[in-house]
Design a binder for this molecule. Structure first.
Ligand code: RIB
Length: 352
């Protein structure tokens, strides 16, 4: 086939061999021009690139993966991508994956453990090189047995994990300090009765938030009878429903800590629809500092935790482990940090 043939006359499957024939060279220099792995003379490089453009050659990643028995796939799993908190983490994951030539499979777990297992199985079947697992709810034992299987390296985000392993990384926010700071903030505003709208207790950082918010209030001599904890889900509707319940209390609390911003938004809407003024009648704070927190009316006091940055750091750790696994760095001897704790800060706005 001549290099002058029109594109429609060219064979459907344009592979390295065809490009080499059209360029009048062997396959090795063509592969080196495309991968940049070895030097090729400017003349040959120019000729190969012209042919590549003429015939519209694109490397077949699947064929390359089969040959090298490695892929350029990463797996990402989050509870709910419609929650801006997780969406921002995914943006961080995606940016590092793209920068390093990886593609991503992304799934929502809906906080369902059996779904988490199905997704992990799918990642193994598709030979992903590594997994970023955000806020998993499966037991620590199950997580550890997956990591020990040495099937795929994993980095967990947004959940405390006690085990350590060269195939494992962790990015977790300090929920404790921030929740205590919020308790002090409410007291400094003169509040005497408090409520915590908690997310699902299976989420371990919810336990941290509640225990440290309540613990700080009790440490500062607030009687237990002035502290109420109601349990729901990390959803707008749940915050709305719990606030409606709270507003029926005889000695209604005046300071409310919702365990994430979606719950805080729902709680604020419920209070406003019942004619309460925020923060005059009832002060409300959230957790996450997602993009809408400052846009709410009144703007939401909340606790900021890293989102995009958490996704970036988690994926960087994962790729360090993946490279170590490829023998570029002896497993376990790596110098990089595999466990990172991020700080959370109180962001005071109009709602308190
Ligand atoms: O908004 C989702 C919540 O669940 C966040 O607070 C995050 O920490 C996760 O645990």
């Amino acid at each position: 086939m001549s290099s002058t043939q029109s594109r429609e006359e060219q064979p459907k499957c344009v592979n390295l061999k065809v490009v080499a024939q059209l360029s009048g060279v062997s396959i090795a220099p063509v592969s080196n021009v495309i991968t940049g792995r070895k030097y090729v003379s400017p003349e040959v490089t120019q000729r190969v690139l012209e042919v590549v453009q003429q015939v519209g050659y694109t490397p077949n990643q699947i064929a390359r993966s089969l040959k090298k028995r490695r892929t350029t796939f990463l797996g990402g799993m989050v509870p709910d991508i419609t929650n801006p908190f997780f969406a921002e983490i995914v943006r961080g994951l995606e940016s590092v994956a793209l920068e390093n030539g990886f593609q991503m499979f992304l799934y929502n777990t809906d906080g369902d453990v059996s779904r988490e297992n199905t997704i992990l199985k799918s990642f193994i079947e598709h030979h992903v090189e590594g997994i970023v697992n955000v806020a998993p709810r499966m037991s620590e034992e199950k997580l550890y047995s997956f990591v020990k299987s040495r099937l795929v390296p994993m980095v967990v985000v947004d959940r405390p994990v006690s085990f350590d392993d060269p195939f494992f990384g962790l990015v977790y926010t300090d929920n404790v300090t921030a929740s205590s700071k919020l308790a002090l903030h409410f007291l400094q505003k003169g509040h005497k009765s408090f409520a915590c709208l908690a997310g699902p207790l299976i989420v371990l950082n919810v336990c941290d938030r509640i225990s440290d918010f309540v613990g700080e209030l009790r440490r500062l001599s607030v009687p237990q009878s002035s502290i109420f904890v109601l349990y729901g889900e990390f959803k707008f509707e749940s915050g709305f429903r719990l606030m409606e319940e709270l507003l029926e209390f005889e000695n209604r609390p005046t300071a409310v800590f919702a365990c994430n911003d979606l719950m805080a938004w729902g709680a604020m809407e419920a209070a406003k629809r019942r004619g309460f003024s925020i923060p005059k009648d009832i002060a409300i704070a959230g957790f996450d500092n997602v993009f809408f927190a400052e846009l709410m009316n009144p703007s939401l006091t909340t606790i900021n935790q890293e989102k995009f940055g958490a996704g970036v750091i988690a994926t960087q750790i994962l790729l360090e482990i993946v490279n170590a696994r490829k023998g570029k760095v002896p497993i376990g001897a790596e110098s990089f940090v595999r466990k990172v704790t991020l700080q959370a800060d109180l962001i005071q706005r109009e709602s308190t």
